[in-house]
Design a protein around this ligand. Structure first.
Ligand code: FMN
Length: 224
C-alpha cells in the first residue's frame, strides 16, 4: 500500500483502463475505506451503486443511445461557461491538457475530439463504475454534495493507494433518469456523479502526463 504523500501526489484521473475486473473483495475494501469519509453530523448520506459486467454494458448502451440523440436528464446544473476569470483559464488549460497532451489531438480536429468525449460513455474502458447518489433533502443539496465529495476523494485515494485507479465523471450525471431506472434507484435520490475505476493502463499515452496545480498562494491565505 502506498504511503499518504505518494498516494495524494500520484492520484490522477485515469483515461484508459485495462479490461481486467477487480475482485469483489478488492471492491469491498475500497468501499470500506471510503466509508470512513467525514460527513455533516456523521449522516453518511451517500448511496453507492457499482455497475460491472452485463449491468454496466446495459447502462453504457443506453447512455450511448441518449448521447447520440442529445437526450439528457441531469439532476443538477453544470455549465462551465459560468466559470470565468482564473477559473476559465484553468478549465481551458485542462481541455488543452486532455485533448492535446494526453490524447495527442490537434485543436482543429473536431472529429477526434468528439471521439475522446465519447470515451466518457464507457468510463474510458473501465470494468466498473460507481454511481454516487444523495437523498433529495430540501435546501440541503450543497451540504449533501460536500459530504459526497469527501466520500469520492476517499474512494479515489483508496484506489490509488491499493494499486488501482479511477476517474470521477460528471458526464454520467447527464443521464440520471436512465441510470436510476436501470439500477432500480428511487427518484428520491439524486445522481451527483460516477467514478469509473479498475486497473489503469499505464502504457497508454493518456495516463502518462499528470495535470499540475496552481501554487498554494493562489488559493490559500494564512492568518497568523
Ligand atoms: C466532480 C468531478 C467530475 C469530473 N467529471 C469528468 C468527466 O465527466 N470526464 C472527464 O474526463 N473528467 C472528469 N473529471 C476529471 C477532471 O477533469 C480532473 O479531476 C481534473 O482535470 C484534475 O486532473 P487529475 O484528476 O488528473 O488530477 C471530473 C472531476 C471531478 C472532481
Amino acid at each position: 500500500m502506498l504511503d499518504f504523500e505518494t498516494t495524494v501526489k500520484t492520484r490522477q484521473s485515469i483515461r484508459k483502463f485495462l479490461p481486467t475486473p477487480m475482485t469483489e473483495t478488492e471492491i469491498k475494501q475500497i468501499l470500506t475505506d471510503a466509508q470512513n469519509a467525514p460527513s455533516a453530523c456523521n449522516t453518511q448520506p451517500w448511496l453507492v451503486h457499482i455497475a460491472s459486467g452485463e449491468t454496466l454494458k446495459k447502462l453504457t448502451d443506453r447512455i450511448a443511445q441518449r448521447f447520440e440523440n442529445n437526450q439528457f436528464s441531469r439532476d443538477f446544473e453544470f455549465d462551465q461557461s459560468k466559470y470565468t476569470g482564473e477559473y476559465e483559464k484553468r478549465w481551458r488549460e485542462q481541455y488543452a491538457h486532455v485533448f492535446t497532451t494526453s490524447f495527442g489531438i490537434p485543436r482543429e480536429n473536431r472529429e477526434a475530439r468528439k471521439n475522446v468525449i465519447e470515451q466518457n460513455i464507457t468510463g474510458y474502458g473501465a470494468p466498473h463504475v460507481a454511481f454516487l447518489f444523495m437523498p433529495d433533502i430540501e435546501n440541503h443539496h450543497v451540504n449533501l454534495a460536500a459530504d459526497l465529495g469527501m466520500y469520492s476523494q476517499t474512494f479515489l485515494l483508496s484506489l490509488t493507494a491499493r494499486g488501482f485507479g479511477g476517474i470521477p465523471q460528471l458526464f454520467f450525471a447527464l443521464f440520471a433518469d436512465d441510470i436510476r431506472e436501470i439500477l432500480g434507484v428511487s427518484k428520491d435520490y439524486k445522481l451527483l456523479h460516477g467514478i469509473a475505476f479498475g486497473y489503469p493502463d499505464w502504457d497508454a499515452m493518456q495516463n502518462k502526463v499528470h495535470l499540475g496545480r496552481v501554487s498554494i498562494e493562489e488559493c490559500a491565505v494564512l492568518h497568523w
